[in-house]
Design a protein around this ligand. Structure first.
Ligand SMILES: C[S@@+](CC[C@H](N)C(=O)[O-])C[C@H]1O[C@@H](n2cnc3c(N)ncnc32)[C@H](O)[C@@H]1O
Length: 214
């Protein structure tokens, strides 16, 4: 989409970095995709650096998570990262001046892995920053929406509640399912973890990106 719309630079965000497995993976894939498409890719990883904060209430699923889980070894991760920038601190504070401080290239994809409803809600609010900072449709991965028989993720707690509330609160932005993934012959679990954020009033939303010879 970025290539078709003529973007020269894009950003990819990860909310929840922990030891950095996902961020290091993102760096690798970004490097390969960047070469293929000739598009510059900036990467930003958000984390307290201290592991999970205190769960606020039942919506943060405290029967499954505790404060301090997933603590980052900051110097060890910084030594491994080649280009991703770590935005350290509670998202409550880092969300406030992220756009002003980093002036990121338009965001094309976001991995949400904060685990908590409370943290994800703040991260989702950043989608309100304005079209300068986003592609018209943004690929969003939510890590904590399937789980197993202990987690029992549902529409009324955790990331699913944050997604539902976001959709309820916004007329011109909606997180929608990418049904083409769910129609694949083999539907891997990750297919159930992707949403697309549609910015209906983005000035590039209606730009034709499909095939001319239909
Ligand atoms: C499951 S871990 C992330 C795992 C990582 N994506 C990976 O690939 O290994 C969740 C992370 O979210 C972070 N987190 C949760 N709530 C946060 C908040 N309010 N502000 C900043 N970081 C937060 C925690 O510090 C924790 O490291």
């Amino acid at each position: 989409m970025a290539k078709k719309l003529g973007y020269k630079r894009i950003s990819v965000l990860e909310f929840g970095v922990a030891k950095g497995d996902g961020l290091l993976n993102l760096e690798y894939h970004a490097q390969e995709i960047s070469k293929m498409l000739d598009i510059e890719i900036e990467i930003y990883g958000f984390d307290t650096g201290e592991g999970l904060p205190e769960p606020q209430d039942y919506r943060d699923v405290p029967y499954h998570w505790k404060k301090g889980f997933y603590k980052m070894d900051v110097p060890a991760l910084k030594a491994k990262l080649k280009k991703a920038k770590l935005v350290l601190g509670n998202i409550k504070e880092t969300a406030v001046d992220f756009f002003e401080k980093y002036n990121p290239a338009p965001i094309a994809a976001i991995a949400y892995d904060f685990d908590f409803y409370s943290s994800t809600t703040i991260a989702l609010k950043m989608l309100e920053a304005g079209e300068k900072y986003y592609l018209p449709r943004v690929f969003c991965y939510f890590d904590n929406v399937v789980g197993k028989e202990v987690e029992l993720y549902n529409d009324y707690t955790g990331e699913r509640l944050a997604i539902n509330e976001f959709n309820y609160a916004h007329q011109n932005m909606k997180l929608g399912s990418p049904y083409h993934f769910l129609a694949r012959k083999v539907v891997d679990p990750w297919c159930h973890r992707i949403w697309i954020c549609h910015f209906f009033s983005h000035s590039r939303y209606n730009d034709f990106v499909s095939k001319e010879d239909q």
